[in-house]
Design a protein around this ligand. Sequence first.
Ligand code: PAF
Length: 283
Amino acid sequence: MKIFKTIAELRTHLSQFTSPAFVPTMGNLHAGHLALVRQAKPLGDVLVTSIFVNRLQFLPHEDFDTYPRTWDADCKALQDAGCDVLFAPSEKELYPEPQTFKVHPPAEISDILEGQFRPGFFVGVSTVVMKLFACVQPRVAVFGQKDYQQLMVLRRMVQQFALPIEVLGGITLRAADGLALSSRNNYLTPDERREAVHLSKTLQGMAQELRSGATDLAALQQHAMATLTQRGWQPDYLVVRRRTDLQVPALHEVTALAHSKGLVALGAARLGSTRLIDNLEVE
Ligand code: PAF
């Protein structure tokens, strides 16, 4: 595996390839990231991963400084997973001057859900991904479905800017108890780790209710919020949305959408000081 820390060196090396496949990450890699690498590997003539903890997508009070940086383990894991090229720019390399040109996704998809609780998050994500795309010039890029809204925002960005890149989603890997793999799981205490599965359990409960014919989404969501709150969580949201645009489905369409793979349950909640997100497509 070749490692490049500058855009110039990366570009020179990649000029011999025609169809890079790309998996952008913020490092602290777990099996979920490596599954994305394996998924992307056969889709291009070179597999590129990036590791860059992007300050632009963190709010001032969030965990930018403490976000786990596990360089040696990440390199080994990527090498073992078949990564050909690792692009790991410093902040000075990617943002040599303040990044004043930014990508602003439309409010209706970026100010809701994650965007409501993390204002500016999708501006930060879209901007860095646009820049990483400019550096790598991939033919295909793979993002985890655990960040469901992020995947949707990036798909739309690529479509509206007519970028010649295919954006694919990778399935969410889960621990044996059902907890979605996430770098932030590392922050959980042993007690919190045991409790953490209840986020996905609550989403499963919501999906089950919808499959059984529930149509009162407000009641479903309130019940889910109350369940997690009683267990000691501080939920930001637990909602059912249309898969296509993450908007609230109209009452008359809930049943049809529930039976035509049209709905997704999404949740974000804090357990102690750790904020976890997850989602479940209603099948
Ligand atoms: O999902 C992530 O790890 C990040 O948001 C991404 C896409 C690498 C952009 O920094």
